[in-house]
Design a protein around this ligand. Structure first.
Ligand code: CTP
Ligand code: MG
Length: 237
């Protein structure tokens, strides 16, 4: 294990969203992908990653679906209450990580809506982090335009220094907890909270199959990527 990770490791999984853009009528993590819910795919992957001591799942107190999943009572899973915004759900999970693991705990925050994360990418994140933390991300491949108010092009940005942030994002629990105090407006990932307090987490290149299932067409893409991943596994046997 990377020596900067000097305490227990907890996965914090925000899962208290309503899936408005998916429009399924229930939270998208309960949609089915190849016979299992997205939530089960995500959690099974995190549970199969041995360095994670426990998985802390933030769900809405009004969520009737979560208790019906067998995995919700797994001995390495604990439930915390979700908040009105993603960052609040994360904050609740990080607070629990500190309670359970003390001041040296680390947290690996991962969206429930990303069921295809590769264990090898999680390992890379652990291997490559420094004491400031690190996130999985992807260098952009498109040419990036900055718009003016009227949707005309104001500038073309230098894409060599632009990355898309993914999850997991890995941080010392205490530092992230403190960064998540106060105003959470505009905090759409953990790294942005850390940046706001002057830290500079590392970028670790992930894979583009680690999609966040967001809109209906993402389900077909998730099915395709899952089949590719399973095919790759078989071809390695
Ligand atoms: N999330 C959360 N608490 C919230 C809002 C979101 O824990 N108050 C979680 C979601 O459940 C999801 C992750 O954060 O696992 C990423 O958020 P997103 O993809 O935006 O999911 P939803 O908020 O559910 O979707 P939408 O924004 O379309 O409603
Ligand atoms: Mg959302």
């Amino acid at each position: 294990m990377n020596p900067v990770i000097n305490g227990p490791l907890y996965a914090v999984v925000p899962a208290a969203g309503i899936g408005e853009r998916m429009g399924a009528g229930f939270p998208k993590q309960y949609l089915s992908l190849a016979g299992k819910t997205l939530a089960e795919h995500t959690l099974n992957r995190l549970l199969s990653f041995a360095p994670i001591d426990r998985v802390l799942v933030a769900v809405s107190v009004q969520d009737p679906w979560w208790p019906t999943l067998g995995v919700s009572t797994h001995s390495r899973i604990a439930t915390v209450s979700g908040g009105a915004a993603r960052a609040e759900s994360v904050r609740n999970g990080v607070t629990r990580a500190l309670e359970l693991g003390g001041e040296n705990a680390w947290v690996l925050v991962h969206d429930m809506a990303r069921p295809l994360v590769r264990l090898s990418d999680i390992q890379n994140l652990l291997d490559q982090t420094d004491s400031q933390g690190a996130i999985l991300a992807l260098p952009v491949v498109d040419t990036i335009k900055q718009a003016d108010d009227g949707n005309h092009i104001a500038a073309t940005l230098d894409r060599d220094c632009i990355w898309r942030a993914l999850t997991p994002q890995l941080f010392p629990a205490r530092a992230l907890h403190d960064a998540l105090q106060g105003d959470l407006a505009g905090i759409t990932d953990e790294a942005s909270a850390m940046e706001k307090v002057g830290r500079r987490p590392a970028l670790v290149a992930g894979h583009s199959d680690n999609i966040k299932v967001t809109v209906p067409e993402d389900l077909a893409l998730a099915r395709f990527y899952l089949a590719c991943q399973l095919g790759d596994e078989e071809s390695m046997l």
